[in-house]
Write a protein that binds this ligand. Structure first.
Ligand code: NAD
Length: 441
């Protein structure tokens, strides 16, 4: 089966590579010539573990190619996936559908034979029907169907998530489209992964509801963490005690500096907007957005408190800037709120991140990038752990403390404990949802 994928970002590239690994003949298209040039040279433009090897394997097998030429890509394709960005529209929180609609019009202008136009991008309820109208208007003679196939992969674990999904959601309006989608996902059908077939609107809603729910879970535990700090409870013990309840589950129950990334911030805002437009305010989601913003601000207060409110002239070492480990994605990362606040208060900020520099350099002006945590801590007055990369989980804390001018630690991922910090020679330790410890208190 021939498949075309429009957009070679985190979702489009992973989907294209995995579909080709299923055995399909896949052509990935992007309007960014630099990306296509890199991909054709065997270079993956993003950091995603395992993606480069799988890509090369399928290119060499002749099942996967990259092009800027949409016409060639969709010629003979039975399914064309739209996997372009749907960022937050400036000003009103709505998902910006301009890339999706432009891709749909492009397809309509070129396609000749029956094709299923599949939306993988996260789009508000009703968008697939809009796409149908746009395509019909632009090419009234074209035989086609639309399908909604939202993606649930997590950056950093994308290939596993795609190949072994908890479920695949497919929204369709016709048996013909359902048959094409069944063929696309045949290897997953055969291995009994759940395929949830729905109408278009339900598929679109499932994606927003799932992301808003997960963002709510994270935000809930962050709010409980704030209360733990005031009451003497320990959020790690609370999370464990809650998460062992099968009805709750232990995932997304780790307190931290607030959610970020390419999906939760924009998708919660988009769901709130959809609610407003339909006169059904999403009050829980609206509160989650507000509390998450407050969580990031609370982290800034924590860091300031560790330095007695005096940031001017202090050297702060920051470990991790990406929104989570195992990705280079910086979109809406908490670091983008926290680091500028430190610089704004007069601190000198030194940063290290295993993959974040390429994206982060332009987004974090005024910081000094170094290779590792030990170089970052040299003569620093404070160490802040912002992203829980593996290499920050097993630091030689004694060595770090010795290098620092004043060894203070803000562990915003709860990797260490006050006991670890004390033993290593730190003079102060703050984390999230647990008692702070100050040597002189
Ligand atoms: N990143 C994730 O973890 C994730 C997970 C699930 C769902 N999603 C959703 O998937 C969609 C894509 O997200 P992403 O993170 O991959 O985006 P991205 O910004 O990384 O990639 C989008 C790509 O589309 C290309 N593009 C835009 N318009 C085009 C056009 N007309 N023709 C060809 N190429 C075009 C861009 O050049 C870019 O390479 C979004 O709707 C997002 O919400 C993302």
């Amino acid at each position: 089966m021939k498949i075309a994928v429009i957009g070679t970002g985190y979702v489009g590239l992973v989907s294209g590579v995995c579909f080709s690994d299923f055995g399909h003949d896949v052509v990935c298209v992007d309007k960014d010539p630099e990306k296509i040039e890199k991909l054709n040279a065997g270079v993956v433009p993003i950091y995603e573990p395992g993606l480069d090897a799988l890509m090369v394997k399928n290119v060499e097998a002749g099942r996967l190619s990259f092009t800027g030429d949409l016409a060639g890509a969709i010629d003979g394709a039975e399914a064309v996936f739209i996997a372009v960005g749907t960022p937050t529209r400036r000003g009103d929180g709505h998902a910006d559908l301009s890339y999706v609609m432009a891709a749909a019009e492009d397809i309509a202008g070129i396609a000749k034979d029956y094709v299923v136009i599949v939306t993988k991008s996260t789009v508000p309820v009703g968008t697939n029907r809009q796409i149908k109208q746009v395509v019909r208007k632009a090419n009234p003679d074209l035989e086609f169907d639309v399908a909604s196939n939202p993606e649930f992969l997590r950056e950093g674990a994308a290939i596993d998530d795609f190949m072994k999904p908890d479920r695949v959601v497919v929204g369709v309006q016709s048996d013909r489209a359902a048959d094409v989608m069944a063929e696309v996902y045949r290897p997953l059908f055969l291995r009994d992964f759940p395929i949830v077939t729905t109408d278009l609107e339900s598929a679109e809603m499932i994606k927003y509801a799932a992301n808003a729910f997960l963002a709510t879970k994270i935000t809930f535990i962050n709010e409980i963490a704030a209360l733990c700090e005031r009451t003497g409870a320990d959020i790690k013990q609370v999370s464990k005690g809650m998460g062992l309840d099968g009805r709750i589950g232990n995932k997304f129950l780790h307190a931290g500096p607030g959610y970020g990334g390419s999906c939760f911030p924009k998708d919660t805002k988009a769901l709130a907007r959809i609610g407003q437009e339909n006169a059904v305010p999403m009050q829980i989601t609206e509160t989650v957005i507000k509390v998450n913003d407050e969580t990031k601000r609370r982290m800034i207060d924590k860091i300031f408190d560790l330095c007695d409110g005096q940031m001017a002239g202090k050297t702060v070492a920051v470990l991790g800037v990406t929104f989570k480990p195992n990705t280079d994605d910086m979109r809406d990362a908490p670091s983008l709120t926290i680091i500028p606040a430190l610089i704004g208060a007069g601190a000198k900020v030194r940063v290290t991140d295993p993959q974040g520099k390429h994206e982060g350099e332009a987004l974090l002006p005024g910081v000094h990038w170094v290779e590792d945590a030990y170089k970052a801590s040299q003569n620093a007055d404070l160490l802040v752990i912002l992203t829980e990369w593996n290499e920050f989980r097993a630091l030689d804390l004694k060595k770090v403390a010795r290098k620092m001018t004043v060894p203070r630690l803000a562990d915003l991922r709860n990797i260490y404990s006050a006991r670890d910090a004390k033993r290593a020679g730190f003079v102060a330790y703050e984390s999230v949802g647990r008692d702070a410890w100050h040597a002189d208190a």
